[in-house]
Design a protein around this ligand. Structure first.
Ligand SMILES: [Zn+2]
Length: 186
């Protein structure tokens, strides 16, 4: 799997430099920015570093961004915390399984999408399946229970395609589990 690494500069808004606790789950997002590339989204996270503390700062990042054109960019080391799923309120299921601050025990994956409907291209879907399959192996996660949508944690409509099509999300998790079985060494 070809992953390009362009780590963010350490800064309070997108790379706080705090270590993750035990990785308990993987959270899937859409960029909500139709037609943008993985690199454009990575550069957006990087640009957040130039904010000043005004009371309306944006805190955002993710560990990986899966692009439309067969590219995956890693923005953060997988042992560091990203700001991808923070909220004032979390669902009871998330609190029960991930605790009161899910950012500190989850890996965030952004998926790019061509259009505002949020439908993923086949290549984005396939790259995401293998990336997440490999992360599930590394962290000994169960793809059927430890892969989350952002929506399941905070009720945010993210990623829109899986919120609109829950059966596709179930299919996605199944494909991850099949992919893990097919690549026992990978
Ligand atoms: Zn999200």
């Amino acid at each position: 799997m070809n992953i390009e690494t362009y780590l963010l500069t350490k800064n309070p808004f997108s790379r706080p430099g705090k270590l993750l606790q035990k990785v308990k789950g993987i959270v899937i997002h859409w960029t909500a920015n139709p037609g943008t590339s993985a690199m454009q989204n990575r550069n957006y996270f990087e640009s957040l570093k130039s904010q000043s503390f005004t009371g309306s700062e944006v805190y955002a990042s993710a560990h990986f961004i899966v692009g439309i054109d067969d590219e995956i960019i890693q923005c953060l080391p997988t042992d560091e915390m990203a700001y991808h799923v923070g909220a004032k309120l979390y669902t009871p299921e998330a609190v029960g399984r991930l605790g009161h601050y899910p950012n500190n025990c989850t890996i965030g994956i952004e998926l790019c999408h061509p259009l505002a409907d949020g439908v993923f291209t086949l290549v984005t879907w396939q790259r995401a399946v293998s990336l997440i399959g490999s992360l599930c192996k590394t962290y000994q996660l169960n793809p059927l229970s430890d892969i989350w949508t952002h929506h399941q944690i905070t009720k945010k409509i993210c990623p829109k395609f899986f919120v609109d099509n829950p059966e596709s999300f179930e299919r996605f998790k199944l494909e991850v589990s099949i992919c893990m079985g097919e690549n026992p060494e990978g």
